[in-house]
Design a protein around this ligand. Structure first.
Ligand SMILES: *Cc1c(COP(=O)(O)O)cnc(C)c1O
Length: 386
């Protein structure tokens, strides 16, 4: 299915709503029936037939179909946040006594899911350096059920060789779950590489406008059905019809946003990499990135999130640089229209985050949709003031 069809037409049955081009926001908690037979019929398949909005809603269903198609998955579920999607995926595959082998340094709240939450329910985990897939195999125990991947991660961008980890999982009868937020389905489709469950923070590139928090989960029909009937309906971490509509709107421009962000990021990276006040840039498509070959092999393109180390004399210099930027906003998250920085020095005093161990002079940067010339000029003046 070509992406233009997915983004512009798939799932949109316009004859059902006055032939409106843009789908309606069905802002209704429940749905009514002509008679008992119709009600009974709908209750048989709450996921696909409107009954109660925690289970299914027509606006959300359009989004589900598009997300599944984008990830080349049989089906998808939409959640109220990326973290809800990660948690549902993990909980669905684990029970007390099980063990997870996870790539080290996953997204902060995925980390807390394993260290604080799953531990309480008797699920243990081992963090491994995923740059060598053999580490997954070495950490597997008789009770290992899930291999968790995040390739690349969203701070230092280490990759895992996805097909190699899938092969290990299959040999040991384990399920693979990957957080694919960084690359987005536009640049990487792990299901095609054999991964069982793909999750995203759709808050990032999929929505792309910094105005909604959303998560998605993509998998086979059978796994989606199982998660729907358990974690999805029980924990109830759903998206509102209004936010689903925002996602549908954001998705229309996914390809042009991804292309533009990638192109601009490559230019900004090139500028920073050759600047004397920058020690080093971490960006998977930089030829000096340790896993450059794998990145090229596994991803059709590179997203626009990367990190760099400032050649700064002290913390005050880092702060001067960050405070001097005008176009790069100081904020968490990424994937929207606006360029952002998240300097790791802010983590050092926050009780919400563990120290990253990445050094006070590291800055994570997200390049959005502004003109790259404007962004580079902004960086030039801020580096000057550092
Ligand atoms: C933001 C993010 C999440 C969490 O998603 P939310 O939508 O914020 O709940 C998970 N994984 C990665 C890689 C992220 O960047």
């Amino acid at each position: 299915m070509d992406i233009s069809y997915i983004l512009n037409h798939l799932g949109e049955e316009r004859a059902n709503y006055f032939h409106a081009v843009s789908p309606p926001i069905i802002q209704s908690s429940n749905f009514t029936f002509e008679d008992i037979a119709a009600m009974r019929e709908s209750l048989k398949d709450e996921l696909n037939q409107p009954f109660y909005t925690r289970g299914g809603n027509p606006t959300v269903t359009i989004l589900r179909q598009k997300i599944a198609a984008l990830e080349k998955a049989e089906d998808a579920l939409i959640f109220g946040s990326g973290s809800a999607a990660v948690a549902a995926a993990m909980l669905s595959q684990l029970r007390a006594g099980d063990h997870v082998v996870s790539v080290a340094k996953p997204y902060s709240w995925s980390n807390k899911l394993m260290t604080r939450f799953l531990e309480r329910y008797g699920v243990s985990h081992t963090y491994i350096d995923g740059t060598d897939e053999q580490n997954y195999e070495k950490a597997i125990q008789p009770n290992t059920r899930v291999l968790f991947l995040e390739s690349p991660n969203s701070l230092t961008f280490e990759l895992q060789n996805i097909p190699a980890v899938v092969a290990i999982a299959k040999r040991h009868n384990c399920i693979t779950i990957i957080d694919n937020s960084y690359a987005s389905p536009y640049y990487q489709n792990p299901i095609e590489m054999g991964v069982d469950i793909v999750v995203h923070s759709a808050t990032k590139y999929l929505n792309g406008h910094s105005d909604a928090v959303v998560g998605v989960l993509c998998s086979s029909k059978a796994i989606v059905r199982q998660i729907f009937e358990n974690e999805y309906m029980t924990l109830g971490g759903i998206i509102s019809p209004n936010d689903a509509w925002l996602l549908l709107r954001g998705l229309r421009t996914l390809p042009i946003r991804m292309e533009q962000c990638s192109k601009s990021a490559a230019q900004v990276v090139e500028y920073l990499a050759s600047h004397p006040k920058v020690q080093r840039v971490l960006y998977p498509f930089s030829p000096d990135f340790p896993q450059y070959e794998l990145a090229r092999q596994q991803m059709r393109g590179c997203s626009s999130l990367f990190s760099f180390y400032l050649a700064a004399s002290d913390l005050a210099a880092v702060e001067r640089f960050c405070n001097a930027l005008r176009y790069f906003l100081l904020a968490c998250s990424w994937g929207g229209h606006e360029s952002l920085i998240f300097p790791s020095c802010v983590l050092y005093t926050s009780e919400n985050y563990q120290s990253t161990g990445q050094g006070w002079n590291m800055v994570r940067m997200y390049v959005g949709l502004e003109s790259p010339d404007v962004l580079i000029a902004d960086l030039a003046q801020a580096l000057e003031q550092m």
